[in-house]
Design a protein. Structure first.
Length: 464
């Protein structure tokens, strides 16, 4: 593959190993960096060629050699390096060290606000090869950095669909369409707790973008993720989307993420008819004490009642629910049992769960307030130096539940509600390469350590 010499090259930093457990299935997953793709699309729409390539789980040295071999390097302008999470820091350090040695005159511009924003000087200490660090969304600066004049000025949400054809190997990725930004609901552990929620994109605009993206893929099957940390449609909006999808003849199944106490059951009927198939619900916990500790809600009864109503509505309308469960500071066997009992009561409505202990992200200056709050609830970091070293602080949750026990509980809860078929359905919908088959999945299962897999292989289910 050869890129024109004026192409702006975006690289989404990869990982030296999977975020959670290292097995064949985890390394199979693809995560589209839709933030970097937004910038690449803005440039492309303004007449400036751009390309995005993901580091994935490639070795940094092999990845750099590939960029050179396929004609993407050397590049005239700066290399736009996006760090999607603190987990990418190790890969970034190795890649940049090798890149600087091979291309000493090419500037490296780092973006990815969750990593670059909290403490740029900390990042520069870890990656001294960086020439510039962008701490915000990047839309206000990308024109200057690329030496380009943008036709589309920065806005709350770009008015165009992302051009997935700019992604190297885009046919393997399920597409993303940004529906809103921010959240602002104040959950103690969330990076967007103080970021105001923007207005949801109009249903007609969102549906038009689904059609635009479908055409990029030659109108083959796609399963877009409607990106929004807090997807919050009302009944009227959902009804309009249902009408728009029908009038455009679009039969596209899609996925979204939201809280459990916001979308009304009546809204689900319209959303399901408009193509909603998978919903990621941030339940986090069903323990009243832990709901309060997380600052999820001041009305625990209403929170759990709303969650129950929403799950039942999803079950009625054939929407798969993946519940996110967070083991939090101060967790005990009793609080975990409260969550498990609630999940048992709703098992028929749950397709799967994603369970994990709270992790504190960020360098010391950013991590300190949350670490202090978690400490007051009985938690402590596994390694007090990890915030400075990596920006990722694993936690002992309490005197009763240490990090090792939290990992065991996470796997136990995941396997209680999810078998191999459920896991394949959920991951295959959004994260495995398009066209990834059950036979290929089963081969990866056979090649993996079963003790690391978050699902059971037998078909026994609480749903029956």
């Amino acid at each position: 593959m050869f890129n024109p010499p004026n192409t702006v090259l975006f690289v989404s930093a990869g990982l030296l190993g999977p975020k959670k457990r290292d097995h064949a299935l985890a390394r199979r997953q693809l995560y589209l960096n839709y933030g970097a793709l937004t910038l690449a699309t803005a440039l492309s729409h303004s007449g400036h060629p751009a390309r995005l390539i993901h580091g994935g789980h490639d070795d940094p040295a092999d990845f750099l050699e590939r960029l050179t071999r396929e004609g993407m390097l050397p590049c005239r302008g700066p290399l736009m390096l996006s760090l999607p999470s603190f987990y990418a820091l190790g890969w970034t350090k190795e890649f940049c060290r090798r890149f600087r040695s091979a291309y000493p005159d090419v500037h490296i511009v780092a973006g990815g606000r969750w990593v670059t924003g909290p403490d740029p000087e900390w990042l520069r200490r870890h990656v001294p090869e960086l020439n510039e660090i962008c701490t915000g969304l990047g839309e206000a600066d990308i024109g200057r950095l690329a030496g380009a004049r943008l036709v589309y000025p920065p806005a709350a949400l770009p008015g165009f669909a992302l051009d997935h054809r700019l992604v190297d190997g885009f046919q393997q990725y399920q597409p993303s369409i940004e529906a809103s930004r921010g959240c602002g609901m104040g959950c103690a552990f969330c990076e967007e707790r103080d970021v105001p929620l923007t207005r949801l994109r109009e249903a007609a605009d969102l549906t038009r973008m689904i059609g635009d993206v479908s055409s990029q893929y030659g109108h083959g099957e796609i399963r877009p993720y409607l990106q929004s940390s807090y997807f919050l449609p009302n009944v009227r909006w959902a009804g309009r989307m249902r009408e728009e999808m029908s009038s455009r003849g679009l039969r596209v199944h899609w996925r979204c993420e939201t809280r459990v106490d916001s979308i009304k059951p009546a809204t689900i009927a319209h959303l399901a008819a408009a193509g909603l198939k998978v919903i990621d619900l941030g339940l986090e916990t069903a323990s009243p004490r832990q709901i309060a500790a997380m600052n999820k809600s001041v009305d625990v009864d209403r929170y759990l009642r709303s969650a129950s109503d929403l799950l039942r509505a999803c079950e009625r309308h054939g929407v798969w629910v993946k519940c996110n469960v967070l083991l939090y500071a101060g967790e005990t066997a009793s609080t975990v049992q409260e969550t498990q009992a609630w999940l048992d009561q709703h098992a028929t409505a749950i397709k799967g769960v994603s369970v994990g202990p709270v992790i504190v992200f960020g360098p010391p200056r950013q991590a300190a307030p949350l670490l202090e709050d978690l400490g007051l609830r009985g938690a402590r970091p596994v390694d007090s130096a990890s915030a400075e070293r990596s920006g990722v602080s694993a936690m002992h949750l309490s005197n009763e539940i240490g990090a090792g026990e939290a990992e065991a509980l996470s796997l136990q809860l995941s396997r209680r509600y999810m078998d191999a078929g459920d896991y394949f359905d959920l991951k295959g919908f959004s994260y495995y390469p398009r066209g990834f088959t059950r036979a290929a999945f089963d081969a990866d299962v056979a090649a993996s350590d079963p003790s690391q897999l978050p699902f059971r292989q037998e078909q026994i289910s609480l749903r029956h």
